[in-house]
Design a protein around this ligand. Structure first.
Ligand code: SF4
Length: 203
């Protein structure tokens, strides 16, 4: 198996997207994680305590994409660890998924300072890790948790909430980010209706 070449230099430009994805996929999942842990390709590494690579099954039906690591995720290295994580757990339970059925990560692996949204350039720079993870884990469906996930995975499209589409050979569905359900409780019922309408996609 080919090895990915040495760690990228600090804030190296992020060109050659396809080439990077291909090398990561060929190198395998553990190398993707190792590369992401050592990565300095965008300025976000400066505010990261720990890289947040992802959690869940290595053979998932559903691949969730969130936004970016928050404070607790930055400290633990685990995505969706705090209140949003509890909401995600409730959502996953409502979807009828078991532990082996799902995986979750974010658009970027390092926490943006001041909890700001990741910039387009940072999302683009980190995207090869995301695409390599999706390629290697090969889920049935990708669920974009909010608009930032949409900007990362299919930036040229504007998806409707709760309406599945085909994108680059994968079924993609945009749902509300679990954090949005904490701040706007009325969205919980709407989210459940989206889930009910689309259950056959992961069952
Ligand atoms: S956010 Fe992604 S591209 Fe930027 S330094 Fe972290 S791992 Fe590298």
């Amino acid at each position: 198996m080919k090895k990915v070449k040495a760690m990228a230099s600090e804030e190296e430009n992020c060109e050659n997207f396809e080439e990077r994805v291909l090398k990561l996929v060929e190198a395998g999942y553990e190398t993707v994680a190792r590369e992401a842990i050592a990565c300095k390709r965008c300025p976000l590494y400066k505010s990261a305590i720990r890289r947040v690579i992802g959690k869940g099954s290595c053979n998932p039906k559903v691949f969730f994409i969130g936004e970016a690591p928050g404070k607790t995720e930055n400290e633990t290295g685990i995505p969706f660890y705090g209140r949003a994580g509890k909401q995600l757990d409730k959502m996953v339970e409502y979807m009828g998924l078991s532990e082996e059925d799902w995986f979750v990560t974010n658009t970027v692996k390092c926490r943006p300072p001041e909890n700001r949204r990741p910039k387009a350039s940072e999302i683009e720079c980190c995207k090869p890790f995301l695409v390599a993870q999706i390629t290697l884990l090969d889920p049935k469906i990708i669920i974009l948790l909010g608009n930032t996930a949409e900007k990362s995975y299919c930036p040229e499209r504007k998806l409707e909430w709760g309406v599945p589409v085909e994108h680059e050979g994968k079924t993609v569905l945009k749902l509300y980010h679990p954090a949005a359900l904490i701040y706007t409780a009325s969205k919980i019922e709407v989210q459940r209706a989206f889930i009910d309408k689309n259950r056959e996609l992961w069952q």
